[in-house]
Design a protein around this ligand. Structure first.
Ligand code: IPE
Ligand code: IPE
Ligand code: MG
Length: 248
């Protein structure tokens, strides 16, 4: 029997952002503690970073912990913070070797001094890498980010009539990062949960029922193929449409 030819990727999103959701449900389905789901989630992340490098995606942003996730039970929050610290300890040397540049999106202040240090060290160590820019949204919320940006703008004394979209962009945590082309949310939930709300105004969104610990290179490949079928108009017309005569 003829083997079906693998579909080629023709359009690669420059920036993929992921809401890594469903760790809890993944663990529950296996009668495991929630932490086992979060740990399994870090394994998925490791695979997805490699896959992004293979597919030549230049920017990857992940939602690791939202400003609202502090509302979770103390034990879960503590467990997650430990996982983030362990993740950085374990993965940063390899990420550095792979040419990954690490960024943090969110406020550092509420993080433990130890985690703040680990994050800063990772940023400093990888700052000259250019294979993949990997941004970790940790203690991140889009609304908080906009409040933070406005405060900075006011502190700098920028006159009201000089403030435009570019001014806001320059004061977001993502000031040096282009807007995401594709935002993926796993686990079947269909909402932003406060992720990159400014930056994703014209992103393509893809919702998949796959739980984050099950999301792998094949799933990412499918997401990129789906992205390739989307027609991005940014409120205007596609190039092809532009050429058509206008019939009123
Ligand atoms: C996502 O998994 C990870 C974080 C929010 C830190 P969840 O813990 O939200 O998993 P579900 O949504 O309960 O399945
Ligand atoms: C969003 O997932 C945050 C992260 C994945 C880090 P949540 O599980 O916290 O979102 P809600 O509560 O279902 O909206
Ligand atoms: Mg969730």
């Amino acid at each position: 029997m003829l083997k079906k030819k693998k579909q080629e990727i023709t359009v690669v999103p420059n920036h993929i952002a992921i809401i890594m959701d469903g760790n809890g449900r993944w663990a529950k389905a296996r009668f495991l503690p929630r932490m086992a789901g979060h740990r399994a989630g870090t394994e998925s992340l490791r695979k997805i970073i490699r896959a992004c490098i293979d597919f030549e995606v230049r920017y990857l942003t992940i939602y690791a912990f939202s400003t609202e996730n502090w509302k979770r039970p103390h034990d879960e929050v503590e467990g997650l913070m430990n996982i983030f610290g362990e993740y950085l300890d374990k993965e940063v040397p390899e990420l550095n070797e792979q040419g990954v540049q690490i960024h943090h999106l969110g406020s550092k202040q509420e993080l433990s001094p130890a985690l703040q240090n680990k994050m800063q060290n990772a940023i400093d160590l990888t700052k000259d890498n250019n294979k993949l820019t990997f941004s970790i949204a940790l203690n991140y919320g889009g609304q908080d980010e906009i409040v933070h940006a406005i405060r900075e703008i006011v502190k700098e004394g920028i006159p009201a009539d000089e403030i435009n979209k570019e001014t806001i962009k320059q004061h977001l945590y993502t000031s040096t990062i282009p807007d995401p082309d594709l935002v993926i949310r796993t686990s079947g939930e269909m909402r932003t949960s406060n992720f990159l709300i400014w930056q994703s105004a014209y992103s393509e969104w893809l919702f998949t029922k796959t739980l984050w610990p099950d999301f792998n290179k094949k799933a990412l490949r499918e997401a990129i193929l789906e992205y390739g079928t989307r027609s991005r108009r940014f409120g205007g017309r596609t190039e092809d449409e532009q050429k058509e005569p206008y019939h009123g």
